[in-house]
Design a protein around this ligand. Structure first.
Ligand code: NAD
Length: 362
């Protein structure tokens, strides 16, 4: 029986419209093969929304997202809007979207594709086979804890304050997402904290251990964040799924991503407890190459694959798209950002076409 899904598309700015067009074509082809029907609705966000509607996240964009099964976002931002006040800049649209959909879990995979192993700055024998998922708590911790601000003390000295706070329920809900993610992967979860120094981390460790009781099929371990950072560059292969708080996750997810060395290949997902998740590439709107048909659409395509796996529970269709991407790289096709010697350079559109031809044959 055909499964129907409503997908909100947020092309945003810069290369956004070019790369999202490729992902839509890819989804349609995968849909045919797996009997999935997508109803796509485009909405405005970021600079494009500022130009058309005077604000970075118009109310009808949020409504459209809420009424859909999943949201596929490209990227926002550009020089044109850089001088606007912060609440009116494109980035405010992104923050508003995350808050509006209560997206508290950020999933960032870092997978080494054998065809791109030379893009990594680490030795091939260290990164070969790396396949890590970092699950980062996104709406709590030190970025949001109160008190925060710069205050003046009685002695007229300035004092900057941020507060790292997690409640039991905040830890439990990110723990649940992380264990369920590990179940869909290699079945191992490493929780990263600083429980040797921070009380908030001691609570984090206790709760994650408690939630783990409900997932006996997932092997749980714990690391302090300083050790985790070391291990990530020393022997990254030891990790399957990592769960951590907002600050540690911000740093570790970027470090893990850079094991792969190629920003145009990295997808991500942001999930809430219920309702639609947002799937988007890690990179920005690349205004330096916008409108020139030079963008790599594969991070966007892999974000659509994540949407199929984590948002729509269609792992077979996700795997099909991921396999298509691998085969296209195997055939020697590259966009400029991942180009190396003796490969065929393609533009954004042509990369999409080659991928679709490949998907139709596998
Ligand atoms: P960026 O990721 O847009 O670009 C960094 C470099 O990588 C550029 O040289 C760009 O050409 C290249 N690049 C990025 N994606 C590529 C792709 N798919 N194919 C080929 N090359 C690619 O980061 P930036 O230059 O720091 O930021 C540009 C704008 O994007 C800013 O306005 C920033 O605020 C915004 N931004 C948005 C997001 C988002 O939407 N989530 C994330 C980061 C930055």
């Amino acid at each position: 029986m055909t499964q129907n899904y409503r997908i909100t598309l947020l092309p945003g700015d810069g290369i956004g419209p070019e790369i999202i067009a490729v992902a839509v074509d890819v989804l349609k082809v995968a849909g045919k093969k797996f009997d999935l029907q997508f109803e796509f609705t485009k909405a405005l966000i970021g600079g494009a929304a500022i130009d058309a509607a005077g604000e970075p996240l118009p109310a009808n964009t949020l409504d459209t997202c809420r009424q859909s099964d999943s949201v596929l976002l490209a990227a926002i931002g550009g020089y044109k809007w850089d001088s606007l006040p912060s609440n009116m800049r494109p980035e405010a649209g992104l923050l508003g979207l995350r808050a509006g959909l209560d997206l508290f879990a950020n999933l960032r995979p870092a997978k080494i594709l054998p065809q791109l192993i030379d893009s990594s700055t680490l030795k091939p024998e260290v990164v070969e086979g790396v396949d890590i998922m970092v699950v980062r708590e996104l709406t709590g911790g030190i970025y949001f804890g109160k008190p925060k601000g710069v205050f003046t003390t009685e002695t007229e000295e300035k004092r900057g304050v941020n507060t790292m706070v997690y409640t039991e329920s905040e830890i439990d809900r990110i723990g649940k997402v992380a264990f369920e993610t590990a179940q869909k992967r290699g079945g191992r979860l490493c929780s990263v904290d600083k429980a040797n120094v921070l009380e908030v981390s001691q609570l984090w460790r206790d709760r994650i251990t408690k939630v783990g009781g409900e997932y006996p099929d997932v092997e749980l371990s714990h690391l302090y964040v300083d050790n985790a950072a070391m291990q990530l560059v020393r022997t990254p292969k030891q990790f399957d799924t990592i769960v951590t708080g907002n600050l540690f996750g911000d740093i570790l997810s970027d470090a893990a991503a850079m094991l792969t060395g190629s920003i145009g290949m990295l997808p991500s997902a942001s999930l809430g407890a219920s309702g639609p998740g947002v799937y988007e590439p890690v990179h920005g709107s690349a205004p330096d190459i916008a409108g020139q048909d030079k963008a790599n659409p594969l991070a966007q395509v892999l974000s659509a694959a994540m949407m199929l796996r984590y948002g729509l529970n269609q792992p077979e269709a996700a795997k099909h798209i991921e396999e298509g991407v691998l085969q296209v790289l195997e055939q020697g096709y590259r966009t400029g950002d991942i180009m190396s010697a003796n490969m065929n350079i393609l533009g954004c559109k042509a990369m999409g076409e080659v991928l679709i031809q490949t998907l139709e044959t596998i």
